[in-house]
Write a protein that binds this ligand. Sequence first.
Ligand SMILES: [Zn+2]
Length: 556
Amino acid sequence: MTKNLIKMSSLILSQNKVLFLTKMFFSPSVSQRSSKAEFCLSPECIEAAGSILSKLDRTVNPCEDFYTFSCGGWLKENPIPEDSSSHGIYPWLRQHVDIKLKELLEAPSHAKELEAVTKAKILYRSCMNESKTILFSKIIIMLYSLRTQHNKNNLKTASLILFCLFRTIANYIQWRTVFSKITTLSRRFLYRYLDFARVISGTTSLTPRWDKCVNYVENSLVYATGRLFVDAHFQEDKKHMMEELIEGIRWAFIDMLEKENDWMDEQTKQRAVEKAHAVLAKVGYPEFILNDTYLSEDIKELEFNEKDYYGNVMQTLKMIAKSDVSWLRKSVPRTEWFTNPTTVNAFYSSSTNQIRFPAGELQKPFFWGKEYPRSLSYGAIGVIVGHELTHGFDNNGRKYDKNGNLDQWWSESSVTAFNEKTQCMIDQYNDYYWEEAGLNVRGKRTLAENIADNGGVREAFRAYRRWVDNSRGGVEEPLLPGVDLNNNQLFFLSYAHVRCNSYRPEAAREQIQSGAHSPPKYRVIGAMSNYEEFRKTFNCPQSSVMNRGAQSCRVW
Ligand SMILES: [Zn+2]
């Protein structure tokens, strides 16, 4: 009896799915499939179609869980590697950049090579030479035994409390020193580290040596490796399309502020418009890395020895510390940027009012070239541009003026209204329970990122529709073959695909407790369910998870 009931209910469930799939993908009003629909059959469009189809899980209702609908296929096909605590599209792209850097750093040096690049290659080879890491290990053991002796010192009882404090600080500093170097040590140490990592992050194997060495060289000789990468893998025309996206999104932010914002007073609004106009965009790499003389001068004091890894590490640490200290008491350079070009990430800097998009971020599936549907780029890198721009107006960024100075440019009434608007988002995200972590999202902790996500999606969608109007006279882009989704649907899918990511429970808990971002699943569900254009695009009924209707939160 019970068995039959279960069978029956699962049958009904699967029928619902079939019914729903038919409605979503095969009704002409949604898929825009008419005799007029045009398909793009170029190799790029076929590639994009394949990339999208492989990530989907079509058994999930997009109006109930848009994240799993968009990412389920990819997550199933891409288990978390043994040496990682999480895996997703971002780490996947990071890995691809590492592989490219490996190839570049392993290529033999030649006579015409830049001096800085030759140094980077020597540093990489010294790191790969594992027999030389043993000496380094001995020094760390020495450092550790010094600490133990220090603990044994006898001091008078009167100074015991002070001593305890000093001891704690001294222990902590020494622990940080040892810990920061532990992954560069010999295998004996690496396996002890693995015992630690197993508990903290759930990883069960070590990162390959080459990958650690690539990351080490990349973070020590930032501009030399950046130049190497940019010369080989960055196409200059990406800058033009980024300009189109950035200007479109800036326009959308200002347009919504002027036409749809009913909670900010006119004067504050005017200042917000000025700040949006003043946001300076940086794309690809800092110009000075193309200057050969600068690159050599920048690291001229470094004399690497292929057989002295420890000595090389000490030299680079010293150089980085000196360079950090040299910024003390200097004014912030407002128009320059110093971001590593190989970084797979994007940034907003409140002290310079800059948005930054290094070359590493400007790749598929974030940045799609002009040969691909624009819906994909607007949905992915476009939303990222909007996200970074909106950081200038989140609960922290809003405190800085258009010149990057901490300055109260808001009226009291607008601050009060802003706090009310953001409280809605705090409550919304607080309510999300993340199964992987067994914990709820922390709405207040993640507020700035949630404001940026919600704003970014709105700005990029508005900019995309304007692009269709202005550049195509309102005619929709050709569809992708075999995908059965219209361009607006592709826009939202492309946004979700940026976020596909799975976590081990250890990493999920860590993300909730100390991460600035909401879990990827709720970065998608949270922002989409607040947005009326999303529910229109996917025909989501009022009762569905992805349609918050009157409960929707909106700041920008
Ligand atoms: Zn952010």
